[in-house]
Write a protein that binds this ligand. Structure first.
Ligand SMILES: [Zn+2]
Ligand SMILES: [Zn+2]
Length: 272
């Protein structure tokens, strides 16, 4: 990422026109002499907020990108796992694993990696410029993004390096956009299949201590976890799942039409 080129000293134009390199705090004192135009509108210049590099709209856009990233972090964590389930969710006991554990959603993992990278570029530059700033104890990218949002947007928009600000603004806007996209796409969609019972057996201990096997009380849910692998699974035990096409083939095909047609239309997109 362009925004990751850390600087120690900044090219600074003095009021008399001389250009020199100064460390952050001294360079920042020259902020009153920053260009009067926002750095983002080459063709139709707009005035920047005094002492910063951005117009009010672009500053708000930057703030919104950081806010979106902070807010999406937990959703991204959930979205990384198929069906949007938390990493810690234990398989329900007695369930038979019919389908191998699903891999993480790599699109989401990639976006999380990019968020981590841009957030740490900003934070890395910030602690170099302002070594006395204390970082939050929790240094997940989501917490750091909130910290930047609450305390350091001003630091960014007035940064002596307009290039740093330009690069981070563009990168933040891009990853915030990607984050919204993958979260939207990975929202699991669940539809219950009318009057279809889970075909699995549940093993439990009877009162006499012997294991007994009984039909699973779960209903059948068709789930689109957003990773392109539609599955049919049980409402009670998430380990009771089979690929949707297989389920439709072995079970639903034998059922009279209506439910199957509705589902097939919704899920398999095969028309009526
Ligand atoms: Zn602007
Ligand atoms: Zn079940």
């Amino acid at each position: 990422m362009d925004s990751c080129d850390l600087g120690y000293v900044y090219r600074t134009e003095l009021p008399d026109g001389r250009v020199i390199k100064l460390p952050y705090r001294i360079a920042l004192k020259q902020a009153a002499y920053y260009s009067a135009a926002c750095i983002f509108h080459d063709e139709a210049p707009l005035p920047a907020v005094k002492g910063s590099h951005l117009c009010a709209d672009c500053a708000e856009g930057l703030r919104k990108s950081v806010a979106d990233i902070a807010e999406s972090w937990t959703d991204l964590e959930a979205a990384m796992l198929p069906g949007g389930r938390a990493a810690s969710s234990e398989p329900v006991s007695g369930g038979k694993e019919l389908y191998p554990p699903l891999p993480i959603n790599t699109d989401v993992a990639d976006v999380r990696e990019r968020i981590r990278s841009i957030v740490w570029c900003i934070v890395g530059q910030l602690i170099q410029d302002l070594p006395d700033r204390k970082l939050p104890a929790d240094q997940s990218a989501g917490v750091l993004a909130s910290w930047l949002l609450n305390w350091h947007v001003g630091y960014l928009v007035t940064h002596p390096s307009a290039n740093h600000l330009r690069a981070v603004s563009l990168d933040l806007a891009a990853v915030a956009w990607e984050a919204r996209g993958v979260i939207y796409r990975s929202k699991p969609v669940e539809v219950s299949v009318p009057s279809a019972r889970c075909p699995q057996q549940v093993i439990s201990k009877g009162p006499d201590g012997k294991t007994v096997s009984s039909p699973c009380p779960g209903e059948v849910l068709a789930v689109d976890p957003g990773d392109g692998r539609k599955v049919v699974r049980c409402s009670v035990d998430i380990t009771h799942r089979v690929p949707a096409d297989q389920w439709f083939y072995t079970h639903a095909n034998r059922r009279p039409g209506r439910a199957r047609a509705a589902l097939a239309k919704k899920y398999l997109k095969v028309g009526k």
